[in-house]
Design a protein around this ligand. Structure first.
Ligand code: NAI
Length: 261
């Protein structure tokens, strides 16, 4: 194999779709790819929320390398519109970051209606949408060194009481990632999962700061929550041309939480 050059550590000119890109890790990921010279497709629910991130990236890098496509990833027609808009604007898709997610309590002791609602909503956003979106982007990636990153969680490795749906979905994302990696490798597409630990985003914003501090000191060797940018950096790394032999992996970004006895 030829010696890897500095060019192999660049996503400049690549086109990336980031779902859930209006907030948290998705927003950080969209910004980081834009900073690194990629064409960025910002997908999330809420026209205003999407437009805000597009405006931020436009302010930093101009309007040529970013579009926003308001998308509910659970809706098939909207997923198709997202992929269509990306291809229409940038010609192809090189990278998909399946990141959109929700976290709902889903205790087995909840009433039937609320458990069913939480279960269905969580699986739809956090797992089914990932698979359906991959199916739509693969025809645009095949044979072109495509990269897919699925954002899972440490809830794909360990589990928290009362989060049955979330943990099941995230374990599913890791299984999905392995199956896709096995199937798509021969088509030149690498598929990997990122498993973040506790991260300061909208998803964890309702947890009081002192509770976060106590939790982190007890559970995380680095004794703090992570920041969205710290996860985005690992997502970017998994998408670099230089990460050419990384496939089917689950990369844990948790400050050491899951290795602590
Ligand atoms: P966040 O709440 O800041 O961002 C999630 C984004 O997903 C939001 O902008 C939301 O609008 C979007 N989203 C939700 N449903 C959607 C739908 N149907 N269609 C399109 N977009 C939708 O949360 P965060 O933390 O940045 O979450 C990103 C990913 O990281 C999620 O998959 C989450 O499960 C995962 N994660 C989060 C952790 C944390 O501690 N914050 C830890 C481990 C994993």
């Amino acid at each position: 194999m030829a010696r890897l050059t500095s060019l192999d550590r660049s996503v400049a000119g690549k086109t990336v779709i980031v779902t859930g890109a209006a907030s948290g890790m998705g927003r950080a990921t969209a910004h980081l790819f834009a900073d690194e010279g990629a064409n960025v497709v910002v997908a999330d629910v809420g026209d205003d929320r999407v437009a805000r991130v597009v405006a931020e990236i436009t302010a930093a890098h101009g309007a040529d390398r970013v579009i926003g496509v308001p998308t509910d990833v659970t809706a098939d027609d909207q997923r198709r519109a997202l992929v269509g808009a990306a291809v229409a604007r940038f010609g192809t898709i090189d990278i998909l970051v399946n990141n959109a997610g929700i976290s709902r309590a889903s205790s087995v002791f909840a009433d039937d209606e609320s458990f069913g609602e939480a279960w269905n909503a969580t699986l739809a956003v956090n797992l089914s949408a990932y698979a359906h979106l991959v199916r739509l982007v693969v025809p645009h990636m095949a044979g072109r060194s495509g990269r897919i990153v699925n954002v899972a969680s440490t809830e794909a490795i360990v589990a928290t009481p009362g989060l049955a749906a979330y943990s099941a979905a995230k374990h599913g994302v890791v299984g999905l990632t392995k199956s896709l990696a096995a199937e798509l490798g021969r088509h030149g597409i690498n598929v990997n999962a990122i498993c973040p630990g506790p991260i300061n985003t909208a998803m964890t914003a309702a947890i009081p700061d002192d509770s976060k501090t106590i939790y982190a000191k007890r559970k995380v060797p680095l004794r703090r929550y992570g920041e969205p940018e710290e996860v985005a950096q690992m997502t970017l790394s998994a998408c670099l041309p230089a990460a050419s032999f990384l496939n089917g992996a689950s990369i844990v970004v948790d400050g050491g939480m899951t290795i602590l006895h």
